[in-house]
Write a protein that binds this ligand. Structure first.
Ligand SMILES: O=C(O)CCC(=O)C(=O)O
Ligand SMILES: [Fe+2]
Length: 338
């Protein structure tokens, strides 16, 4: 039984059978050409300096991270301390999950997850450039204990993964937050933030030779996102209007600032738009961990004058969902300016 969602049929039923030559066709106002990172180098931060006992090196490491969060909104981390087996096991489980028949993946209560945890394509797309050729599972931390089917160690593998990645996220959030006087209450115990979630992404090879989006350009709604990916490229971030490709590196995790961190840092740290270009002739897998507050958490900027008005995370999410439904795109923080 087929595991792949019926992307082509779905795309053609929405937009007709004419595929765009490339997604850039629909972005006439923006510069969509990608440049290599050779000239512009995404910062790589060696986290071992944080615990080496050398205060000068520790400070330099924090400074690098702070600069990257301000200038790029993205950086890669190496020597983060998570054993390789944790990622290997997680990839095995991710593959297994996506390899299930499509009919099982869309079925309610599959593995104890709710129906909305599985997503594919983009039901809100109003143009080809808003369509994502990928499928994903959203697993909130509060869902993990509900996994009914642990035949393949899915629950234990995901629990271990989240524990490890939440530890790294905790350290980064605290360091970045402290530097710009963000209220530490936001990052008190990240592993307990049950609204945080994992998003398992599977990108399908491009069809009809067209350059299409695996994931349409977006910013993350989280405080912080930590991404693990296989060795297939495709992720691009926008720096000063240009798309810069992020080179896969087996030892590195990619970290990015989300909208909530931009808000609480009063715009000092940048939540940057990024996208995934569909791979050629092969599949691509990634796992993103999103640190999110509870729905009722009040998000307050910490600066003078405040750039953003106070809002709850629920308000932000509901507004974004409405905007996506109406326009195919999230308007984001610009709606919450003072
Ligand atoms: O798969 C990737 O490289 C990026 C994933 C991403 O941006 C997301 O899930 O929000
Ligand atoms: Fe993202």
């Amino acid at each position: 039984m087929a595991s792949q969602p019926p992307f082509q049929e779905n795309f053609c039923s929405i937009f007709g059978s004419s595929f765009p030559k490339s997604t850039s066709d629909d972005h006439s106002n923006t510069n969509t050409s990608t440049i290599e990172t050779s000239g512009l180098k995404l910062p790589v931060i060696d986290l071992s300096y944080l615990t080496s006992g050398d205060e000068v090196k520790r400070k330099r490491c924090v400074k690098q991270m702070v600069s990257a969060a301000k200038e790029w909104g993205f950086f890669q981390i190496v020597n983060h301390g998570i054993p390789k087996e944790v990622f290997d096991m997680m990839l095995v489980e991710e593959k297994r999950l996506f390899d299930r028949p499509f009919s099982a993946k869309v079925r309610e209560s599959f593995t104890g997850l709710s129906k909305i945890s599985y997503r594919w394509g983009n039901p809100n797309a109003s143009s080809p450039a808003q369509y994502s050729f990928s499928e994903a599972f959203h697993i909130t931390l509060s869902d993990i204990s509900k996994f009914s089917d642990d035949r393949y160690n899915l629950r234990t593998t995901v629990e271990t993964y989240v524990q490890e990645i939440a530890g790294v996220a905790q350290m980064i959030c605290e360091l970045l937050g402290k530097h710009v006087n963000v209220n530490p209450k936001y990052f008190e115990n990240i592993y307990e933030l049950k609204n945080s979630f994992l998003r398992l992404n599977k990108y399908h090879p491009r069809v009809f030779g067209s350059e299409l989006f695996g994931l349409v350009p977006h910013t993350d709604t989280s405080f912080l996102t930590i991404l693990f990916q296989d060795q297939i490229e495709g992720l691009e971030l926008n720096k000063n209007g240009q798309w810069v490709s992020v080179k896969p590196c087996s030892e590195a995790l990619t970290v990015n600032i989300g909208d909530m961190f931009q808000a609480v840092s009063n715009g000092v740290y940048q939540s940057v738009r990024h996208r995934v270009i569909s791979p050629v002739n092969m599949e691509r897998l990634s796992i993103a961990f999103f640190v999110c507050p509870y729905l009722e958490t009040e998000i307050e900027a910490s600066g003078y004058p405040n750039k953003y008005r106070r809002f709850s995370f629920r308000e932000y999410k509901e507004q974004s969902e409405r905007d996506v439904k109406e326009t195919g795109d999230k308007v984001g923080l610009s709606r919450f300016l003072t």
